[in-house]
Design a protein around this ligand. Structure first.
Ligand SMILES: [Zn+2]
Length: 83
């Protein structure tokens, strides 16, 4: 098995591939992808998304593919929260 990711850019730690959720914004709309393969630094937790993976996420949105499910996302204004 070849090494998929180079060592962490920030701390030099080992980067392992994991499936993580990823948020993506396009024209003000929020999309959430689950089980996205990305590199995660075992030391500092930095996440690295490969350009080809980022491109395929972008393509899924552009082609208006049917999502697995749709969720409501609560939005808070910080000023209101501390009032
Ligand atoms: Zn790191």
């Amino acid at each position: 098995m070849g090494k998929k990711y180079s060592d962490c850019f920030y701390c030099g730690g080992v980067v392992e591939e994991r499936l993580c959720p990823r948020e993506f914004r396009r024209r003000g709309q929020l999309f959430i992808f689950e089980n996205v393969p990305m590199g995660v630094c075992a030391q500092c937790g930095e996440k690295i998304l490969k350009p080809e993976v980022a491109k395929s996420l972008d393509r899924i949105i552009r082609e208006h593919k049917k999502p697995a499910r749709t969720i409501e996302v609560p939005v808070y204004s910080y000023e209101l929260e501390i009032a």
